[in-house]
Design a protein around this ligand. Structure first.
Ligand code: UFG
Length: 328
């Protein structure tokens, strides 16, 4: 079965394309390569095109007789979304509308959508359940919430069948070393800490040491990208088996602080990581941890990587092989 993987040349999309191939599907990657990488497309046909081009989406759906869609393509820099909200609403919302309309036109119903814990904003409690209020604190999170809402109403109006997966902090790399995290610019903690350990970048800055957490630094739920990939395959199978539309958290259920991430890198790298304390980064919630029990109940899915040191080890192995460093 051919599955259109929109944004399949990116970090999570490429790992999912590999997992789909392993599960017997043919991933047809649709990506404009603005942030994706041609080298990361290896498990099926590639369509280099942009979601702004609805005719190109229709052509891909028809030509490859697509039966389901997994939609990753989006801009995902929270800080940039504050500076340039139009860029985010246009790409993440308006262009997603082209995809949904094209699916309706061709009669493709199942879609798995990349949503985010950023749709919750600052949660009133942790761990976060799917029925908590969604109140984003930045345009990026707002666009992901609008994506979920569009799916809901396309479901009601056109019979679209969807699963929205709300990722917590995607991290790690393909344990076979073929894929990994290469963002340009890189803003994510784990690759920055690894590059600081390798001397490829300046000391890592710890954004905020006065949070109401045990060591004063912010806590996140780091979920391995391979676990995210397997959840997408499960979500697709669930829809193909006739599953009802649903939004699910994808996390481990465990929180890890910035200092704990640095310590995990030190354990894997066998060397100290140069780090310096810095003020809080605006818009960062103090603690984000998932309650992943609904995903277990609905999909039978659970994160296999539970230890931060195991996640970091896969990212480290990829980083030392992949020597190119993007701009900071
Ligand atoms: N951090 C640092 N120093 C850095 C980079 C990050 O201390 O140089 C801290 C951040 O303040 C945060 C934690 O490390 O507390 C993780 O930061 P990341 O930038 O790696 O990830 P975020 O939690 O900010 O972002 C992730 C996703 C976004 C999503 C967001 C939801 O990457 O797409 O979660 O809050 F919107």
């Amino acid at each position: 079965m051919n599955v259109l993987v929109v944004g399949g040349a990116g970090y999570i999309g490429s790992h999912t394309a590999k997992a789909l191939h392993r599960a017997g599907f043919t991933p047809v990657v649709f990506d404009n390569l603005v942030y994706g990488h041609r080298w990361a497309v290896r498990w099926g046909p590639f369509v280099e095109a942009d979601l702004a081009d609805k005719a190109a989406i229709l052509e891909a759906l028809r030509r490859y007789r697509i039966e389901a869609v997994i939609h990753f393509a989006a801009y995902a820099y929270v800080g940039e979304s504050m500076q340039n909200p139009a860029k985010y609403f246009r790409n993440n919302v308006a262009h997603m509308l082209n995809l949904l309309e094209a699916m309706v036109e061709v009669g493709v119903q199942p879609i798995v959508f990349s949503s985010s814990c950023a749709t919750y904003g600052i949660p009133h409690a942790v761990p976060i359940r799917e029925d908590f209020p969604q109140a984003p604190i930045n345009p990026y999170g707002e666009t992901k919430l609008m994506g979920e809402r569009m799916l809901k109403w396309f479901g009601v109006g056109h019979g679209l069948r969807w699963v929205a997966l709300r990722y917590f902090n995607a991290s790690g790399a393909d344990p076979e070393g073929e894929l990994g995290e290469v963002h340009d610019p890189e803003t994510h903690l784990i690759p920055l800490v690894i590059d600081a350990a390798l001397g490829r970048r300046p000391p890592v800055r710890i954004f905020g040491t006065d949070y109401p957490t045990p060591d004063g630094t912010a806590i996140r739920d780091y979920i391995h990208v391979d676990d995210l990939a397997s959840a997408h395959v499960r979500a697709l199978q669930y829809l193909l088996e006739g599953g009802e539309p649903v939004a699910l958290n994808l996390g481990t259920g465990q929180g890890t602080s910035v200092r704990e991430v640095i310590r995990a890198v030190e354990r894997v790298a066998l060397r100290p990581v140069p780090a310096e304390e810095a003020p809080r980064r605006p818009g960062d919630p103090p603690v984000l941890v998932a309650d992943p029990s609904l995903a277990k109940k609905v999909l039978g899915w659970e994160a296999r990587y539970q230890e931060i040191v195991d996640i970091v080890r896969t990212a480290w192995n990829f980083a030392i092989r992949h020597s190119r460093v993007s701009s900071a």
